[in-house]
Ligand binder design. Structure first.
Ligand code: ZN
Length: 287
């Protein structure tokens, strides 16, 4: 859901309910629905309404998004909404709410993974957990937006790259959930199919370390090394395997200023998509 910019349902609903409150109290105050709503709001605390009435759900949505300062009165309007033409005000208010939803979504992720967006320490214990050491920087963006690797480059279909990012590629052992002895297997026990010694088959292993598959990345690594050099970033050999894998999968270097991210991605994405295609073909042919 992070990859596709789709917030959890509870936050998406909260956004819609808060926007509905805006319509009832600012935009369409003369409709019957709005008058009924305002009337019901007045008696909300004094009666024993069921929890799922619209006024109770809207009140809860305001506290979910932590914007209850003016509720149940008229919501405070940001400048962009005040300036918008009357017919665009509703849309403009929703646009204003999106970064608030994104911030709350990020707060919830950080509660669950205390170190995000910094890489979590300790052993990776699950697929979701494995996402953050590689792609923790994507959590600094507006989560509502599609990541650039999905939209910026029409060179190849980015679906395979999306599968790698979302930890759901069928050729990566740690992405596959298997059941052993009626119990879900541990992340560490999903081993590489090509190494005899039982190494965990994570994307880091298959991309950089596995003797059977790591050679596929050599050309791309050469290209990334030269890009790191010309942009005065730390040398490829000084990066951790997490950082190297994250570059191979299309993250800009963490040390590169944000204003250069677009150029970095524009220059590297075609080669990255080509690499993912080659790796995938190679893995499919091996099995
Ligand atoms: Zn291996």
């Amino acid at each position: 859901m992070i990859e596709l910019g789709i917030p959890p349902l509870i936050l998406q609903q909260a956004l819609q309910l808060v926007a509905l409150h805006f319509r009832y109290t600012v935009l369409h105050t003369n409709t019957i629905a709005a008058k009924l709503y305002n009337l019901r709001c007045k008696f909300r605390c004094s009666n024993s309404n069921p929890q799922h009435t619209i006024e109770n759900r809207i009140a809860k949505a305001h506290s979910t998004l932590m914007i209850s300062s003016t509720y149940p009165g008229t919501p405070s309007m940001p400048h962009s909404v005040t300036l918008a033409k009357p017919k665009n005000k509703g849309k403009s208010y929703t646009t204003f709410l999106k970064p608030i939803v994104s911030a709350e979504w990020l707060r919830q992720i950080r509660l669950k993974y205390p170190h995000a967006p910094l890489p979590p320490s300790g052993n990776v214990s699950s697929r979701l957990h494995a996402h953050f050491p590689l792609h923790h920087l994507s959590l600094c963006n507006n989560l509502y937006k599609l990541p650039p690797y999905l939209t910026m480059c029409g060179h190849r279909n980015p679906m395979s790259l999306l599968r790698l990012w979302s930890q759901s590629h069928q050729s990566i052992p740690t992405h596959m959930l298997t059941i052993a002895d009626n119990q879900r297997d541990a992340y560490d026990s999903r081993v590489c199919l090509y190494c005899p010694s039982g190494v965990t088959g994570s994307e880091i292993h298959l991309i950089l370390e596995c003797p059977a598959t790591s050679h596929v990345a050599l050309d791309l690594i050469k290209l990334l090394t030269s890009f790191l050099y010309v942009t005065c970033q730390p040398d490829w050999s000084t990066l951790t395997t997490h950082q190297q894998t994250s570059l191979i999968l299309g993250d800009p270097p963490s040390t590169l200023p944000k204003k250069f991210h677009h150029v970095w991605l524009q220059s590297t994405l075609p080669a990255i998509l080509d690499y993912v295609f080659r790796l995938e073909t190679f893995l499919y042919n091996m099995t």
